[in-house]
Design a binder for this molecule. Structure first.
Ligand code: AVI
Length: 320
């Protein structure tokens, strides 16, 4: 693109669209119906998620932003100079930019996101706003792993904000961290935002806001299936449900069938009993020690941790 600034580079690691139909047909064919959470984020889903972040019940985004603003200088101090910052799930790059502003002489900014439009806009803007900084936008699903474009030398710091690590199960989170640990190499670091265990009422409210934005976000998955996979889901025949499971320390989000019905997707029929559920997402919560133990099991050493005064959220600095 001729309009891109010279310090902007685009890397396409798109996993391919054919995965969606495969995942949906396989997931709806199971006894425990499920669709992987990454498919919640089409254009509408990504916009709805940005709206979730502004709901009064959803404390995660504003708590993490305050904590980052407060602690950016300390984080930058531990990270040291000339860091190459890799942001996983960069979205609007708001949090990555907070860190970039605090870091001493960062060597590169490498935002990674699955949403092409959001990534392109945010990364181009970062390249314009920091003309001396190489910006390597990577369009990829960071969950599946990919080769990182690694310009020049310098410590690599991965940044995984928003408690997105919570959307993995504990074994998946450990696997994800261990994979990146090997990729970061000696001297590498990982900065991870992690939501903390708290009273059930607060957690459940955060995932079922009064304005109904989270419900719309979950139901949008059915709209996407109807549009992209020739489905005939009636959105009014399903409802959003978010419950905390104390044995897994996770909010589990399901779509629940309001009646007995048959739905067709890609020409295949799927039967639903009344009350039958599709699992669409889980959001795991940790205590500080529990997350540090998981990081250690993945080969990292916890260097520092910051929490807000109400102990809602934590930011961990891990080193290889
Ligand atoms: C992206 N992720 C960290 C969000 C969460 O809190 O688990 C996704 C979300 N789903 C419903 N509300 C928010």
């Amino acid at each position: 693109d001729l309009k891109s600034p010279a310090n902007f580079h685009w890397h396409d690691r798109d996993p391919g669209p054919e995965l969606f139909s495969h995942a949906v047909l396989e997931g709806l064919g199971r006894t425990d119906k499920a669709v992987p959470f990454r498919f919640l984020y089409d254009k509408t889903g990504s916009d709805l998620f940005e709206q979730i972040c502004r709901q009064p019940e959803y404390y995660i985004t504003r708590t993490e932003l305050c904590l980052l603003e407060d602690k950016a200088a300390e984080i930058a101090d531990i990270a040291g100079p000339s860091v190459r910052l890799v942001e996983f799930g960069s979205g609007e790059s708001r949090k990555g930019r907070l860190l970039l502003e605090a870091l001493e002489d960062p060597a590169a900014y490498i935002p990674v996101d699955i949403s092409k439009a959001a990534l392109g806009a945010a990364a181009r803007q970062a390249a314009l706003d920091y003309p001396g900084l190489p910006v390597h936008a990577v369009w990829a699903d960071f969950r599946t792993g990919f080769r990182l474009p690694l310009p020049d030398q310098g410590r690599i710091a991965g940044f995984f904000p928003g408690s997105s690590i919570g959307n993995f199960t504990r074994p998946q989170a450990r696997h994800f961290l261990a994979g990146w640990r090997d990729c970061l190499g000696e001297g590498g670091a990982m900065i991870v935002g992690v939501d903390l265990i708290k009273p059930v009422a607060e957690l459940e409210a955060a995932y079922d806001d009064r304005a109904g934005v989270t419900a719309a976000f979950t139901l949008n998955l059915l709209r996407r299936i109807n549009r992209e996979l020739d489905g005939d889901f009636q959105l009014s025949a399903f409802r959003h449900e978010a419950h905390y499971n104390p044995s897994t320390f996770a909010i589990d989000i399901h779509l629940v069938s309001r009646c007995r019905q048959t739905v067709t997707v890609c020409g295949q029929a799927f039967d639903f009993d009344c009350g039958e559920r599709i699992h669409v997402e889980s959001s795991h919560k940790y205590d500080v020690e529990g997350f540090q133990a998981l990081a250690e099991a993945a080969g990292f050493s916890p260097q520092a941790v910051w929490t807000d005064k109400n102990h809602r959220f934590s930011i961990h600095f891990l080193t290889v």
